[in-house]
Design a protein around this ligand. Structure first.
Ligand code: HDL
Ligand code: ZN
Length: 441
């Protein structure tokens, strides 16, 4: 296709962006469009110790703990006996000083330090600790959200967590930028433990699901939903998850969870493909991945067409099939490059195939951040990948002779970064994604 010879650096006469200007324009818009981070493990300062931030939390992130054991001869049992600062010192020395921080998780810490103006080649953590010691949680939160250009965050809220629940019970008004997501893993994956905990809270549930179990479990969820006002219900599911299956999980899914979702107009977020405790000695760092059955997702979407599903899968092998499933079911919203997929090589691949098969009708990323400062790197790295993929796609479009305007790029990026999610969870009454990116709170 021969391009018009009158290209200039400005917007062209028909309002489209010139090819010479396209890369800069895409980068600018991707960098400046606020993100609704729809899955994290973060908490606002009102939740006290659950709000993790600072260099020792950054360095003892379970991704880095797993990587430490590959480059150090310390045994996990010995590592767990160390204090958190000593664990952080060992990780810094091993992965950042004695080795080059080339992995995604180590490079992420370097991105954060650089963004905060701290020495990324420090021999020890003295300077970094001194900096964080002088930060106040509330002010530091504002600074991180500004640097990361994130204006809304969805938490992960476990209704059985003894540390978190007292804050909910106290009614502490938390930061309205932090939204709840009610996590169902205990109920759907560890029913006997959940049933025990519910019986202690006077819900008349039975281990075998008999009697008033369904009614009482629905009451339990209704009461938690009233308390937390979650944006969606969520569960992580193993790689061998099946639907249908002859199990308590299936019974609870069909008789409790899906009806409760319909009643409260809530989506069910399913995060499928995790193999918990592959190496228990590594604790939170010991989970693995397995390829799961996308047909189970299709059957759920088909048989429960009045339910809406947010789905992310952990295995790279499942991604293409999940995109095809999303083309078949408009009650299925694909999201994120989860956990072991959150690496530039795979984020780029997944985002390309999603854009090619779904247009902008997907949610490209969530941070899964556990430590507040991680927002800085997880979103900086994600933005680079998304900008590359969008630029290529716009370039290909321009090669057909159909140009692209700045406002179209702004609309597309806003839809990807917040509009699709806001609309999916009914945060916007608008029917068009365009309006969905109007000022977010
Ligand atoms: O189940 C989940 O929400 C996962 O994201 C796990 O929390 C996992 O440990 C994790 O942090 N992945 O990024
Ligand atoms: Zn998570």
């Amino acid at each position: 296709m021969i391009r018009a010879h009158t290209e200039s650096h400005a917007t062209q006469i028909d309002g489209t962006v010139s090819s010479l200007d396209l890369r800069r324009t895409v980068n600018e818009i991707v960098a400046a469009t606020p993100v609704f981070d729809m899955h994290t493990h973060l908490f606002p300062p009102a939740f006290g110790a659950l709000n993790l931030w600072g260099i020792d939390e950054l360095l003892t992130y379970h991704y880095l703990i797993a990587e430490l054991f590959r480059s150090s001869d310390i045994a996990p049992t010995k590592f767990w006996q160390l204090t958190k600062p000593s664990q952080a010192d060992l990780i810094w020395e091993t992965l950042f000083v004695r080795n080059t921080p080339l992995s995604e998780a180590t490079r992420g810490v370097v991105t954060v330090l650089a963004a905060l103006g701290l020495n990324t080649r420090a021999k020890d953590l003295h300077e970094a600790r001194e900096f964080f010691r002088t930060q106040r949680a509330e002010a530091y939160l504002e600074r991180v959200l500004e640097i990361a250009c994130v204006n809304n965050i969805v938490m992960t809220n476990d209704p059985f967590d003894s540390v978190e629940m007292p804050t909910w019970m106290s009614g502490a008004k938390s930061d309205r930028r932090f939204h709840a997501a009610l996590r169902l893993d205990p109920i759907l994956n560890e029913w006997s433990k959940a049933a025990d905990a519910m019986r202690q809270q006077r819900y008349k549930v039975e281990m075998d699901g008999s009697g008033d179990t369904v009614k009482e479990t629905r009451r339990f969820l209704d009461e938690r939903i009233k308390q937390m006002e979650p944006r969606y219900l969520a569960v992580s599911l193993p790689d061998d998850f099946q639907f249908p299956e002859d199990s308590m999980r299936h019974r609870l899914m069909c008789d409790v969870v899906l009806p409760v979702c319909r009643e409260h107009r809530l989506s069910l977020a399913m995060m499928i493909g995790v193999r918990r405790r592959v190496n228990p000695a590594l604790r939170l760092a010991g989970d693995g991945v397995g390829s799961a059955d996308v047909h189970a997702v299709e059957r759920l979407c088909e048989e429960h067409s009045e339910n809406r599903f947010l789905v992310t899968m952990l295995s790279r092998e499942n991604q293409h099939e999940l995109c095809v499933a999303a083309r078949k079911f408009s009650n299925l919203m694909v999201f994120g490059c989860w956990w072991f997929l959150n690496n530039p090589s795979i984020v780029s691949e997944i985002t390309r195939e999603r854009l090619e098969m779904l247009g902008t009708s997907f949610i490209p990323q969530h941070s899964d951040a556990r430590v507040l400062d991680q927002l800085i790197y997880k979103w900086s790295h994600a933005r680079h990948c998304v900008a590359d993929v969008l630029y290529e796609a716009y370039n290909r479009l321009c090669d057909t002779g159909r140009g692209i305007t700045r406002s179209e790029i702004e609309r597309d990026v806003a839809r990807l970064f917040s509009g699709n999610f806001r609309q999916w969870v009914n945060l916007d009454s608008s029917n068009t994604a365009e309006k969905a990116y109007v000022a977010v709170d």
